[in-house]
Design a protein. Structure first.
Length: 380
C-alpha cells in the first residue's frame, strides 16, 4: 500500500472524474480479494453507494500522486439506487455522512494479528444536485489492485438485495465461482470481521454485540443471507444441505464445524451453476430427451456416465424445472436437479481436495409424456 505523509498528500494534484449524464451501469464489476476480506461495517445503502464508487473507479486511470474526486449527478443516483428524485437529497445526506466516518481494517496476509486501519473517504459531500466522493489516497493501491484475485459481481443482483449481510455474502461467494477453486473453512472471527460484526481489534462494532454469539451470528447473518440469495439468484448458484458436525442437524448452505461444543468455523456448501448452463445450452425438448435417455442408461441399464454427461444432465433438469414450475411432479424433478448438481459439486470438491420431440406428436404432448416416463424412472 502506498504511504504518503499528510504534508505530501496536500501537494497531490487534484483530479476530477464526473460521471456522464447518460452513463450506464455495467453488468458486472470487479472487487478485489483484499477488499472483500477486509473488516468494515456498512449499512445496506452505504454498501450500494460504495459499490457505485468501485464501479466508477474501474473507468478511471487513478494516477499516482493525484487526489481523485468522483462526482455523480443526482439523477443517476436516483436511477441506480432506486430512490425517488424528490427524496434523493435527504437520503444521500444521511448515507454520505455515515460513509465518511467509516473505517476499514486491513489484515496482514502473512500475520493475521497485524492490521492497518484507515478512513475510507476523507470527504463525501452533496451539493448542487451532485454527490462528490474523495477516496483516501492511502488506499489507492488497495482499491485498484486485483493481482491477488477478485470477485466478478453482478451489479443488478447486488443492488436488489435488501439484507445488509446478504450483499457481503454475495461478494464472498462471488470470489469463488470456479468449481475447482472452492472456498474452504472460514473461522468464526474471520467471518465476523468480514461481515462487520467485530473491528480490527476483535471488539464488537457498535450495535453488533448480540451477534458475537456464534449461534445468533449464524442464524441472523449467514442463514438469512443464504435464504435471500437463494430466492433471487436461483439461476446463478445453488446451495446444498450441510450439517452441524455435532448434532448432525441439516443446515441449508453451510456445514458448522466444532471442537467439542465450540463452533470454530463454517464451510459453505454451494455451486455456481450459471457457467454450466452457459456451457450446455438446451431448450426444454432437448433437455427432456437428454434427461430421459441418460437416466435410463444409469437406472435401467446401470451404465456409468462421464462427468461431462453428469453436468449436462444437471443442466437438463434445471431447464425442465424452470419451464415446468407448476407440473405435478415439479417437486420431484426439482429435488433430482439438486441431487445431480450435488454430484457435480462433489466431483469438484474431491478434485480440489487433491488439487427432439417426436415429429408425429405435438411438442407439448410429447414433452408431457416424456416427463411422465422420467418421473417413473426416478422411482426406480
Amino acid at each position: 500500500m502506498t504511504k504518503k505523509s499528510k504534508g505530501s498528500q496536500e501537494k497531490l494534484e487534484h483530479e476530477d472524474f464526473i460521471v456522464h449524464p447518460e452513463s450506464k451501469l455495467p453488468s458486472t464489476y470487479k472487487k478485489n480479494h483484499k477488499l472483500i476480506f477486509s473488516r468494515v461495517s456498512l449499512t445496506t445503502h452505504e454498501q450500494n453507494l460504495f459499490a457505485l464508487f468501485l464501479i466508477q473507479l474501474q473507468n478511471i486511470d487513478w494516477r499516482p500522486d493525484s487526489r481523485l474526486e468522483i462526482k455523480i449527478p443526482a439523477h443517476k443516483l436516483s436511477e441506480w439506487l432506486n430512490i425517488e428524485s424528490k427524496n434523493i437529497s435527504t437520503t444521500i445526506k444521511v448515507i454520505a455522512k455515515r460513509l465518511q466516518s467509516r473505517v476499514i481494517a486491513i489484515e496482514n496476509a502473512a500475520d493475521s494479528t497485524e492490521f492497518e486501519s484507515h478512513t475510507l473517504f476523507p470527504s463525501v459531500k452533496y451539493a448542487d444536485r451532485q454527490l462528490s466522493i474523495i477516496p483516501n489516497y492511502e488506499l489507492r493501491e488497495f482499491f485498484v489492485d486485483t493481482s491477488k484475485g477478485y470477485a466478478s459481481i453482478n451489479v443488478m443482483k447486488l443492488l436488489r438485495f435488501n439484507g445488509r449481510y446478504t450483499k457481503t455474502m454475495y461478494d464472498v461467494l462471488s470470489r469463488f465461482k470456479n468449481p475447482e477453486n472452492r472456498m474452504y473453512k472460514i473461522d468464526m472471527d474471520t467471518l465476523k470481521g468480514i461481515f462487520g460484526i467485530i473491528d480490527g481489534n476483535g471488539e464488537p462494532v457498535t450495535g453488533k454485540a448480540t451477534l458475537i454469539d456464534n449461534t445468533k451470528f449464524i442464524e441472523k447473518v449467514l442463514v438469512s443471507s443464504i435464504a435471500e440469495i437463494e430466492q433471487l439468484c436461483s439461476e446463478e448458484l445453488i446451495f446444498f444441505t450441510g450439517k452441524d458436525q455435532t448434532s448432525r442437524a441439516p443446515r441449508q448452505g453451510i456445514t458448522i464445524n466444532r471442537v467439542g461444543k465450540l463452533i470454530t468455523s463454517v464451510t459453505f456448501e454451494y455451486l455456481w451453476i450459471d457457467q454450466f448452463i452457459k456451457q450446455h445450452p438446451m431448450d426444454e425438448a432437448t433437455a427432456t430427451d437428454y434427461a430421459l435417455h441418460t437416466e435410463n442408461r444409469e437406472r435401467t441399464k446401470k451404465e456409468q456416465i462421464t462427468q461431462e454427461e453428469l453436468e449436462k444432465l444437471a443442466v437438463a433438469y434445471y431447464v425442465i424445472v424452470s419451464e415446468n414450475p407448476e407440473d405435478a411432479n415439479a417437486d420431484k424433478l426439482r429435488a433430482q436437479c439438486v441431487r445431480i448438481f450435488e454430484r457435480v459439486f462433489a466431483f469438484y470438491r474431491q478434485k480440489a481436495g487433491t488439487r427432439s420431440p417426436d415429429a408425429n406428436v405435438e411438442p407439448e404432448k410429447a414433452n408431457v409424456a416424456k416427463l411422465s416416463k422420467l418421473t417413473q424412472l426416478l422411482d426406480l
